[in-house]
Design a protein around this ligand. Structure first.
Ligand code: GAL
Length: 425
């Protein structure tokens, strides 16, 4: 394994040397040196609106640099991550790409595909403006390889208030735990709501499972899964799998293959009562003209109040990027107060910078900012913060099989094996 990584690293260095021959920021593609090709998965809908808000600030701050949008559609990077891996393998990197703060970058860092941005952080005084919880997750062996644009929360339930009211449930009162939530789902079913809970494609199913793990194991038990101090054969994991199965029995069964807005839109249009989704869903509700605490509301997933399930979109500078100088301009916009404000207002997330003013944000985000400041922060599984990509892929396929077979024992075995492999044991 180490040998293979070293070989990839060697190739990357060779690629860098070649790129260097054709001029540091002139680009090996021979194109306009004043451009920056940015790779994300914010290709459409409310996510594209967020990217557009950010590029608007970029165009104002760097009017001479052309923004080249290399977005690949598919929520949570479901298609983008493979496309990116191919480009990096072929030494054809974009100038900057979207990733998540945390373990997701491990393989690329080990394969020497990313520039160390420590001096960029120093020059731009970024160590002073990002919170320690975030800096800790960005730092690997004392180096930092990406610049965060935002912080999203992954343990949020989005709720159609009208459906709950009709079933005699107070939408503002969150159930204390999964059992209480299941009891409310039964009430909804009895009141004629065919789909109390909506799910979409595989990663949304993983995100739902991550929420159940967090609820049943608590913050410490959940975090322990990723360093091995909690084992996946733990009885609490057995309980979480049982709870997950019960929740899925109240969910639509046609989610696989559908991107996340399909599931969130079911709450928006009143065909489902609940959807567990990261707070990028806020932008979807906004784009459909819905008002927070009126047509919809939110609470932390039952049993997870006081815990903030964290992820942060974060941008890199790949080794051999054709327009490295322009990429640094892009990273400066992302980290600037103006860039973060414009982006986060449109994206539903909260600014990564600690000097942001809560009064600039609407009610949901003010609440998220307050929670992030006081809650226990844990790392999202489905969104790159907790484990490296190969481990997440193993978990995703085990859950995918469970969703079709409902074989709880096989899921737990699969999770045990994924942990053993993921921890390199
Ligand atoms: C996450 C990403 C969010 C949002 C979401 C759905 O992984 O961090 O910004 O884009 O996927 O696509």
């Amino acid at each position: 394994m180490r040998k293979a990584l070293a070989a990839v690293a060697g190739l990357a260095v060779a690629g860098l040397a070649l790129a260097g021959c054709s001029g540091s920021s002139g680009g090996k593609d021979g194109g306009d040196p004043n451009q920056v090709e940015v790779f994300t998965w914010w290709a459409s809908g409310s996510e594209k609106l967020g990217l557009d808000a950010l590029t608007k600030v970029f165009n104002e701050q760097y009017p001479d640099v052309k923004f080249v949008n290399a977005a690949v559609a598919g929520g949570a990077g479901s298609n983008a991550k493979n496309a990116l891996a191919s480009r990096l393998k072929a030494n054809n990197p974009p100038d900057s790409f979207q990733a998540h703060a945390g373990a997701e970058l491990t393989d690329y860092i080990e394969a020497d595909k990313l520039e160390d941005l420590s001096s960029f952080y120093e020059e731009n005084k970024l160590n002073d403006v990002f919170p320690k919880t975030l800096l800790d997750r960005l730092t690997v062996d004392g180096k930092v390889y990406s610049v965060p644009s935002n912080i999203h929360r992954a343990n949020v339930v989005w709720i159609n208030t009208e459906l709950l009211n009709k079933a005699g449930i107070d939408p503002k009162k969150a159930p204390a735990d999964i059992d209480g939530w299941l009891a409310d789902m039964k009430k909804l079913k009895d009141a004629g709501v065919a789909t109390p809970l909506s799910v979409a494609t595989d990663w949304t199913q993983v995100q739902l499972f991550e929420n159940v793990l967090l609820s049943d194991l608590g913050a410490d038990g959940y975090q322990g899964l990723w360093d091995g101090s909690t084992k996946f054969d733990d009885p609490q994991v057995t309980k979480a799998i049982a709870d997950y199965g019960k929740l899925l029995s109240y969910a639509n069964t046609d989610g696989t293959g559908q991107d996340w807005p399909v599931a969130t839109d079911m709450v928006i249009d009143g065909t489902a009562a609940y959807n567990v989704m990261g707070d990028w869903a806020l932008a979807e509700f906004d784009s459909k003209g819905k008002t927070y605490d009126k047509e919809y509301t939110t609470w932390p997933t039952p049993g997870t109040d006081g815990t903030f399930d964290f992820l942060a979109d974060s941008f890199t500078l790949p080794k051999g990027a054709p327009h490295a100088d322009a990429a640094k301009d892009w990273l400066r916009t992302i980290s600037s107060a103006d860039g973060q404000k414009a982006f986060n207002l449109a994206k539903g997330s909260i600014p990564a910078r600690t000097d942001a003013n809560a009064d600039d944000y609407p009610a949901y985000q003010q609440g998220a900012m307050a929670s992030f400041a006081k809650d226990t922060v844990v790392s999202s599984l489905a969104h790159g913060a907790a484990v490296k990509v190969s481990w997440l892929n193993d978990i995703t396929s085990a859950i995918g099989q469970y969703v079709s077979t409902k074989d709880a024992g096989a899921l737990q075995d699969g999770l045990v094996q994924a942990q053993t492999k993921g921890l390199g044991k």
